[in-house]
Each structure stands twice: as C-alpha cells, then as structure tokens.
Design a protein around this ligand. Structure first.
Ligand SMILES: Cc1cc2nc3c(=O)[nH]c(=O)nc-3n(C[C@H](O)[C@H](O)[C@H](O)COP(=O)(O)OP(=O)(O)OC[C@H]3O[C@@H](n4cnc5c(N)ncnc54)[C@H](O)[C@@H]3O)c2cc1C
Ligand SMILES: *[C@@H]1O[C@H](CO)[C@@H](O)[C@H](O)[C@H]1NC(C)=O
Ligand SMILES: *[C@@H]1O[C@H](CO)[C@@H](O)[C@H](O)[C@H]1NC(C)=O
Ligand SMILES: *[C@@H]1O[C@H](CO)[C@@H](O)[C@H](O)[C@H]1NC(C)=O
Ligand SMILES: *[C@@H]1O[C@H](CO)[C@@H](O)[C@H](O)[C@H]1NC(C)=O
Length: 569
C-alpha cells in the first residue's frame, strides 16, 4: 500500500513540476497525434494477437503431419461423415494410428458419394438439410483447406469446381459496395465456388484417398452409444454402432461427435453419468443446461438449374461481370422487410443457382421462376436492380427441365451446446461442427466453423508429445474450440437480434447489443464510399477479419463524426 501511494504521489509531483504553468496550445497539439499514434500501435498489436487467437491464420502453416513413428496409439472414432467428420478424420490421420469414420447414410460409402463430378450426383442426403440449397465458401476456409490438402487447386479443377477471386459483388439495395480496394493495394483472395453437394462429395473423395491417407476407414452404421472405460470412468473406451450385420463395438482412443444437428453425443454422455453434480464452480453448467437456442426465423429458397455453355454465352451480362462465380448479390437495406438476400451464382459443374433468403415477413417465398421475378421486382431499392438481372431470370425458363431442383426451407433455430462450460466430460471426448453450434447460414460460416474446430483439435493434439491423451485433453480442446468459434456465435446473434421477428434466447431481449448494431449499420453505410470501411466488411465476410477491425481508431472517428454532424445539422 505504502509504496503504491508514494508512487502515485511522485507521479503527481512530477506532473505538477512540469505544469507549473498551464500547458501551451502547441503542447496539446503535439500530444494529440502522439496519443493517437500510441492508440494506433496498440490497436495493431491487439489485432495481431486477436487474429492469431480467434482466426487461427497463424496455425495454418502447422497443419502438417507429426512424425509417423510418434503417433497416438489406437483409433480415433469419428461419429458422422459429413463436413465436420471428414475434416476431423483428415486431422486425426496425422496424429492417430487409425481413424474410423462411422456414417449412418449408406449410399455415401459407394462410388456415388465421392464421384469426381460431385455436382452431377443422382442421390441426395436425407440427413443434411442444406444439401440442395445455396452454398458459399469463405476465403478463410479455402485457404485453410489448401494447407490440409496441398493439391487442392488441381483437384478442384478435376472436379470442375471454380477457384476464383472471392468477389461477392455485394449490392446493398442496389448500391455496390466498393471493391476492389485500389488505395489498399489489396489483392482479392481466392475462394471456391461450388454447391454443398459438390463440396461434401469433393471432400470425401480427398479424405478417403487411400494413397494419401491409408489409415482412414469409412464404416456404414448408426452410432447408438459410447461406453466408459470399465477401469477408468473418466475416459471412454468404446463406440457402439448399429450396422446391417448387427451391433458392433469399436475400441476408441478418441471419440469425436460430428453428428451435426442430431447432437447425439449429449444423450450418450447423459446416459453414462457424465452430468455434473453438487455445487459447480463459477461459470460451469450441468450437461442439461449446455444447450441454448434462439430462433432467427429464416426462410430459404434455392433453385438450381443445369445450364450449358451456349446458354451461358448468351446471358446479357455487363462487360465487367463474368458468367461464373458470384454474378449478382443483392442485400436489402433495412430489417423490417426481413433483410432479403437475393443472389444469382454459377458454382461447380453445369449448375446455376437463383436464391432468395429472408427472415420472416408477410412475403411468401418464391417457388418457381415466375414468382421469383415478381418477388425481385418488389424488393426495396435505392438504385434500381439492373434490367439484365430480370433478363437472366427470364432466360432461366429456357433451361428449366426435369434436372431443376427447388429447395424451400424453414431454417432451424440457431443452437449452441456450450461444451466449454461442462465440468465432467470424458477426457477423450470432442465435438465439432454443427453438433456444437449452428449459425445463421446467410453468413456462410458453417463449414468454416467445422474447419476451425478441426484446426483447434490439431492445435491441441500437436502439443502432445506422448502417445496417449492427457486427462485434461477434452477440457483443453473445448477451450481452444471456444477461442476459435465463439465469436461466430456472438456475431450471428448480434445481427439476428436486429430482426423484429427473431425470438431471442430465454432471458434476453432483442435490444441486447443494439449500440453495437447501430455502429455496424453506420459502417455499412460508410462502406459505400469509404475504402477502409469496405475493406473491413469484405474481410469480415471472407472470414479474414479480427474482431477489432471494425473498431480501427480512424473508422470510429469517422463514424462518430458523421453521426455528430448529422445530429447538429
Ligand atoms: C439452409 C442452410 C444453408 C447453409 N449454407 C451454408 C453456406 O453457405 N456455407 C457454409 O459454410 N455453411 C452453410 N450451412 C451450414 C452447413 O450446412 C453446416 O455447417 C455443415 O453441414 C456442418 O457439417 P457437420 O458435418 O457438422 O453436420 P452435418 O452436415 O449435419 O452432418 C452430420 C452427419 O452426421 C451423420 N450422423 C448423424 N447422427 C449419426 C449417428 N448417430 N451415427 C452416424 N452418423 C450420424 C449424418 O448422417 C450426417 O452425415 C448452411 C446450413 C443450412 C441449414
Ligand atoms: C450494383 O450497383 C451498381 C450501382 O447502382 C450498378 O451499376 C450495378 O449494376 C449493380 N450490380 C452489380 C452486380 O454490380
Ligand atoms: C436440362 O437442361 C440442361 C441445359 O440445357 C441440360 O444440360 C440437361 O441435360 C437437361 N436435363 C434434362 C433431364 O433434360
Ligand atoms: C419449371 O417448369 C415446370 C413445368 O412447366 C414448372 O412447373 C416449374 O415450376 C418450373 N420451375 C421453376 C423453378 O420455375
Ligand atoms: C493439463 O495436464 C498437463 C499434464 O498432463 C499439464 O502440464 C497442464 O498444465 C494441464 N493443463 C491444464 C489447463 O490444466
């Protein structure tokens, strides 16, 4: 106490020594830029730290194999063989002697489930809601996949997946967001343009390639249970699978729940007494309280057509818009109308997608081209939607045939199983992908989140030098998973609470986060003319931004100034 007080005293004395006279204006004028530079430097340092912690960009170069003779003994059993399951299997192949993926839907184990022309698949997934709906891939995910699969770009070409500069051509109510960013010498990063079916099929083809990953095996069956180790209840020893041939038990060194929205793992853990009892430490929760949801009341309408080159060559696009990748993206300004998102894209193979997403309003979702045209004509615009967009919709009639698919969906509520707050999980238990968290799909982050989960798993496995998992493995994994993914949940919730129709989390109101939302909408308006603001929005949409990019001191100053000027005049 004493030293503390005296140092304060010294500080005051020094200060008074220097300021016997009031500071001169010149001193103040010098101090402002100095303080501002300190602020800027601190901002950049913080950004570096946060980018590393939350995005994992710096972990990407480390996604290489551990020494094959140093692998963890036994088998990693992955429950669920869709996006999260396949990425988890790929990461586990580097660290475990053996990997078994158990997938319930039988046909995906056949050649059809990994065909080169995945966009041409004749079967659809009955358990994957998104399978025939619009799919977008963030640049961060594409970059990450390149670290996992060194031959990615060649393989994309083989599967007719378009790898292009990521340019969503966002038009906010008809006003184009600035892009590219000439004053930042910013080179647009690449991404993949492909369908959800194409993506899963492609990933399965890569991961089940026996030459590259000889120790990964795909088994058809439904995981019905996991069993604690009879000698040590703090870990699991077995995964129980119902197969055509009857029930089979798989010994497991690691169990990964990648069952998606089924979230089957929660039931298995509860059944075997992994719930917490007694008084819990602060911030910890019983198993039954881990899951929370709010309903963003989102509707999706995706029409997928099969087109040919002759048709593509005839569509009347302006000279600066290529007939591939993102062709037109319209975001309706304002939330009262349901924040409509309308897009025309040309992803993999011969597919062409017309899409509408909206939060609940009185407007009904278009189910065919005629309705789509009327719907788009009714959107609120600042500058009118260009005529060529309607011509393209008209021309889609020419290619509408029995290969066209129309998916109209009511998207399920957004759900989070907060495993990082559990206290009593088995030490060799992890969960990734939608089994932990779902997000508003309009932000196209679901598969990025599955990837970040796999990256978190890799980071935690990489730190283990022995050939068994430590007792705190699961806890460490969910901490790392939290760091990599929690912000995605916070952001999706922040944005969804803007919609008056959203049903918030129990105990919360839609006004939660309103000042931050005000700030972001100002940023969006600024982005129409301001390259810095546009860059931040671009990077956020691509999954490349740090959580403080939007709060660069310059941007904060511009936004507050604009608001002040608007208030005064
Ligand atoms: C309408 C919509 C649009 C979306 N758009 C995008 C987008 O544009 N971009 C994006 O990145 N993400 C998007 N997403 C999110 C994306 O679909 C998911 O994040 C992604 O599919 C998650 O993959 P997953 O492997 O975790 O779960 P899922 O894909 O749901 O897979 C779960 C798997 O587990 C299997 N399974 C379940 N239970 C068992 C069991 N007991 N035993 C064995 N197997 C089991 C299932 O058969 C399935 O194969 C969208 C989602 C929706 C609903
Ligand atoms: C977006 O808005 C601009 C300006 O209103 C317009 O010229 C353009 O055609 C629109 N669409 C695209 C894809 O750029
Ligand atoms: C539908 O039209 C497309 C484009 O013209 C064509 O490639 C496809 O084979 C057609 N499908 C059927 C079933 O006719
Ligand atoms: C395609 O044509 C059929 C038959 O005319 C029609 O019923 C269907 O609604 C059309 N599909 C779309 C997406 O417009
Ligand atoms: C986890 O356990 C290891 C030893 O097994 C120990 O070194 C480490 O500090 C522990 N970490 C935490 C977060 O408890």
């Amino acid at each position: 106490m004493g030293t503390h007080r005296s140092s304060t005293f010294v500080y005051i004395r020094r200060f008074s020594y220097h300021s016997r006279r009031p500071p001169m204006l010149s001193q103040i004028l010098l101090a402002v830029p100095a303080a501002y530079s300190v602020l800027l430097v601190s901002w950049h340092l913080l950004r570096r730290h946060l980018l590393a912690k939350h995005s994992g960009v710096r972990d990407l170069p480390h996604l290489q194999s551990r020494r094959p003779d140093k692998k963890i003994s036994g088998t990693a059993v992955i429950c669920g063989g869709s996006i999260a399951g396949l990425l988890t299997a790929r990461v586990c192949h580097d660290h475990f002697e053996r990997v078994v993926i158990v997938e319930a839907e039988a046909w995906v184990a056949s050649e059809e489930g990994r065909k080169i022309d995945g966009w041409n698949q004749k079967m659809a997934r009955s358990r994957v809601v998104q399978y025939t709906s619009l799919h977008a891939c963030q640049s961060f995910l594409y970059t990450g996949l390149k670290s996992l699969f060194p031959n990615l770009e060649d393989e994309c070409r083989r599967s007719d997946i378009r790898v292009l500069e990521s340019n969503p051509r966002f038009n906010s109510s008809g006003v184009l967001f600035r892009i590219p960013f000439s004053s930042y010498k910013f080179k647009l990063p690449k991404t993949m343009y492909l369908s959800r079916s194409g993506f899963e099929t492609f990933l399965r083809r890569l991961v089940l390639d026996k030459d590259s990953y000889p120790n990964i095996e795909l088994v058809t069956g439904t995981v019905t249970d996991v069993l604690p180790d009879p000698a040590d209840h703090s870990r699991l020893s077995t995964v129980v699978v119902r197969m055509d041939s009857g029930e089979q038990k798989f010994p497991a060194s690691l169990v990964a729940d990648c069952t998606g929205p089924a979230r089957a793992g929660l039931k298995w853990l509860d059944r075997h007494g992994y719930d917490a009892s007694g008084t819990l430490p602060a911030g910890k929760l019983p198993l039954s309280a881990l899951k929370i949801s709010y309903d963003q009341k989102l509707r999706y309408s995706s029409m997928m057509f099969r087109v040919n080159q002759a048709w593509l060559d005839r569509i009347p696009l302006p000279a600066d818009i290529p007939n591939t990748g993102a062709i037109y993206t319209f975001l309706e300004d304002g939330v009262k109308q349901g924040r409509v998102f309308f897009a025309l894209t040309r992803p993999d193979g011969n597919t062409f997608v017309a899409f509408v997403g909206q939060h609940e309003t009185s407007r009904s979702m278009p189910t065919n081209l005629a309705e789509l045209k009327v719907y788009v004509e009714g959107l609120n615009t600042v500058q009118p939607i260009p005529g060529w967009v309607f011509k393209v919709i008209d021309m889609l009639e020419e290619v509408n045939n029995s290969s066209t698919s129309v998916a109209i969906l009511k998207v399920a509520p957004t759900t989070y199983v907060r495993y990082h707050q559990a206290t009593n999980l088995p030490s060799n238990w992890v969960a990734l992908g939608d089994s932990v968290m779902t997000l508003n799909p309009l932000f196209a982050e679901g598969c990025t989140k599955a990837f970040k989960g796999a990256l978190a798993l890799h980071n935690v496995l990489r730190a283990i030098s022995v050939n068994t998992l430590p007792p705190n493995f699961s806890t460490k994994f969910f901490e790392e998973h939290f760091d990599k993914t929690d912000l995605m949940w916070q952001n999706t919730r922040l944005m969804d609470y803007a919609l008056p129709t959203t049903v918030p989390l129990p105990g919360e109101s839609l006004s939660s986060g309103s000042s931050l939302r005000w700030y972001i909408s100002q940023l969006q308006h600024l982005a129409i003319d301001d390259e810095h603001a546009a860059l931040v929005l671009y990077n956020s949409a691509a999954g490349l931004a740090s959580p403080i990019d939007a709060f660069h001191p310059n941007l904060v100053a511009k936004i507050l100034w604009t608001a002040l000027v608007a208030k005064v005049f």
